[in-house]
Design a protein around this ligand. Structure first.
Ligand code: PDD
Length: 285
């Protein structure tokens, strides 16, 4: 672990020395939200989109936003500055603050806890990309506000653990027979050259890559449809893809031990991945 200098409540401090009170509502209730932003060569990728999602998440659970966009960006830049040459992932965490333990929001103003750290961004290797990854499926056991990037991640943690115990990279989840998302990534299928993903609603987190991939489809004449996807369609797909800040776009070639398509990363994946690298190079926002 990189013992980086992190930001905590107005102070820059080594990670190993950062402390929060045990009555922080993030610790007690998971009462907070977070963001993960990829940083390429010192520059935040899709920063404005991540900021907009952070603001939506805070508003959704009535945590007053402690900073405007400029202040957030300046804090992020401060944390990232020592690693300007490396790819990093910035983690932003905001909780409702510290109060006597009682479930409902405390009366009176609380000061939100703000924590920002950075870690090396470890992207999937070329060897992994060339082969594609394996996933398992499971029933989505999470709550009904998955659109909020909540730090209450027990459902996601248990899904990720399920994947780990199967020796695969992700658990692809279904609710009532329809695809939602994986434990920490969005899921896409390709059938007859058409890219499809579940609609943006309360059952999935709207990944920042979701919007980017929509833009990349429009710019590259690829057809995209957002619609409910039945379980069988995943197994019958020509391609299955994952997307997230840390996976970028990743091909899935095996689900529950069954081969997807011809078992190789497909042409739509290759086209989108290349377009993604182009967007990174241009650091479009
Ligand atoms: N996870 N869905 C879930 C449940 C996620 O946790 C994530 C991201 C995504 C993809 O979102 P984005 O494209 O903005 O990364 C979808 C981050 C990386 C994490 O929790 O570490």
């Amino acid at each position: 672990m990189q013992d980086s200098i992190v930001y905590l409540n107005g102070v820059m401090t080594p990670l190993s020395e950062a402390r929060i009170p045990v009555l922080d509502r993030g610790f007690i209730f998971g009462d907070g939200v977070y963001e993960v932003i990829p940083i390429y060569a010192g520059k935040a990728f899709r920063a404005q989109h991540h900021m907009a999602r952070l603001f939506r998440s805070l508003a959704a659970i009535d945590i007053p936003n402690p900073h405007n966009v400029e202040e957030w960006m300046s804090l992020i830049n401060k944390v990232v500055a020592p690693y300007a040459q490396d790819d990093q992932m910035v983690y932003i965490h905001v909780t409702r603050g510290v109060a006597k333990r009682a479930h409902a929001f405390p009366k009176g103003a609380l000061t939100p806890t703000v924590f920002i750290m950075t870690n090396p961004l470890v992207l999937p290797s070329d060897a992994v990309r060339a082969k594609g990854v394996s996933c398992v499926t499971m029933e989505d056991q999470r709550w009904l506000h998955c659109e909020i990037k909540s730090i209450s991640l027990l459902g996601n943690v248990l899904a990720a653990q399920n994947a780990a115990e199967h020796g695969v990279v992700e658990a692809i989840q279904f609710r009532d027979g329809f695809l939602t998302e994986a434990s920490s990534s969005n899921v896409w299928i390709v059938k007859d050259k058409v890219l499809m993903a579940p609609p943006k609603n309360n059952l999935i987190l709207e990944g920042i890559r979701y919007g980017l991939i929509e833009e990349l489809c429009a710019a590259n004449d690829l057809q995209f449809i957002a619609r409910k996807i039945a379980r069988a369609e995943v197994f019958e797909a020509d391609e299955v893809l994952l997307s997230s800040a840390t996976k970028e776009i990743l091909p899935v070639t095996v689900v529950d031990g069954k081969t997807i398509g011809n078992g190789q990363p497909g042409p739509i994946y290759k086209q989108l991945y290349q377009a993604y690298q182009g967007a990174k190079a241009a650091l479009i926002d």
